[in-house]
Write a protein that binds this ligand. Structure first.
Ligand SMILES: Nc1nc2c(c(=O)[nH]1)N[C@H]1C(S)=C(S)[C@@H](COP(=O)(O)O)O[C@H]1N2
Ligand SMILES: [Mo]
Length: 344
């Protein structure tokens, strides 16, 4: 598919070649396969809605415009003149925007290298009234019956200072094509959908971006006290508290009266303060050991378990975010998951 975007038609910028054209996904690791603290590149989740633009590093550029005193167009070499920053961060796809409450556990933990967006923006002198940054990818095409010129997301400008990057490395190597080569946005603590790949343009604005990926999709219905959907929606930005059990493996056979470690990962935007583990059907949650929150990384939890009776047991873990928000039991994308094991 070849299509000119409206602001490219008159200009010198050629549309990207997409290969493949159309969506590309990689099946995520199952929780029991997530043994590594840092997910190896070949196991990192992949989610491309429209295809994979094939860009050349020395022809790539990023334009920053909108509510800035000094609009700029940076080449890759210009990026490299800024100090390099690294962030290890949980990277999680929130799942299909058409099924916002479905748990996916499309998650990994990645080391990103790049330039702090705050450093670049400082040189553009943003207007004090700018509230959002609209980020454009080089990909275009059709998603769920809607044709777009580009994948566009937005981000509150107040978030930038913390650790938002223009990333050009993943786990110490140049970004693979499917992960956004040569440069992408990385918004640590926000769901993956916000980290725009094949970044070509950033526009500062007073309001949210108008495209379908910011207005139609990726806005969760707000639930009322009884759990019913209201008319209000909230953008899919911050990662909600979540945890998963890596070991034991589903359907593992466990020996009675032999001590066993249950362990896994927990994460949330802002970090996790407690994880609870359930080892019986009586819904008793016991507090697990939890490593302290370090930056944006996922946190390891563990608990010693001495199975006291034979039979089927559904293990589960439940995370509590720093602010006290609990991982829900069911009905949300971050709901707890059961690991059925058999004690003999
Ligand atoms: N330009 C562009 N950026 C994108 C997407 C996309 O389709 N196009 N997909 C988003 C979604 S939904 C996710 S979960 C992450 C996945 O990043 P990854 O494929 O590098 O793991 O990229 C996000 N950035
Ligand atoms: Mo995603």
């Amino acid at each position: 598919m070849l299509k000119l975007s409206s602001d490219q038609q008159g200009g010198a910028v050629k549309p990207a070649r997409l290969d493949p054209q159309g969506p590309l996904k990689r099946d995520p690791l199952a929780p029991h396969q997530m043994r590594d603290r840092l997910t190896p590149a070949q196991s990192v989740i992949v989610l491309c809605h429209l295809g994979v633009p094939r860009l050349e590093q020395d022809r790539w550029s990023l334009t920053i415009d909108g509510m800035v005193e000094h609009p700029r167009t940076l080449r890759f070499d210009d990026l490299m003149r800024y100090p390099k920053a690294e962030v290890v961060s949980v990277h999680q796809c929130c799942g299909s925007p058409l099924a916002p409450f479905e748990p996916t556990r499309r998650v990994c933990n990645v080391r990103w290298g790049g330039v702090r967006l705050a450093d670049i923006l400082a040189d553009c002198r943003p207007s004090a009234a700018a509230q959002y940054i609209w980020s454009y990818g080089a990909d275009f095409g059709e998603f769920s019956g809607v044709v777009v010129d580009a994948y566009v997301k937005d981000l509150p400008i107040s978030r930038v200072e913390a650790d938002v990057l223009i990333g050009y490395e993943m786990n110490g190597s140049a970004l693979p094509a499917e992960h956004g080569f040569p440069a992408r946005l990385v918004v640590p603590g926000f769901y993956g959908t916000n980290s725009v790949k094949w970044l070509t343009r950033m526009t500062l604005a007073e309001r949210r971006a108008p495209g379908p990926f910011t207005t139609r999709w990726y806005n969760d219905p707000v639930l009322d006290g009884a759990g019913h959907e209201t008319r209000e929606t909230t953008p899919v930005w911050s990662i909600a508290p979540e945890s998963l059990i890596v070991s034991p493996t589903p359907h593992e056979t466990i020996e009675l009266s032999a001590e066993r470690e249950i362990w896994g990962w927990a994460w949330a935007d802002g970090g996790i303060r407690s994880v609870y583990v359930r080892t019986d059907d009586a819904a008793t949650w016991r507090r697990a050991e939890l490593e302290p929150s370090r930056g944006r990384e996922w946190q390891r939890f563990s608990m010693r378990w001495m199975p006291g009776r034979r039979g089927a047991v559904a293990l589960a873990s439940l995370a509590e975010a720093m602010g006290g928000l609990l991982q829900p039991i069911s009905g949300r994308r971050n709901a707890i998951h059961d690991v059925p094991v058999n004690v003999i």
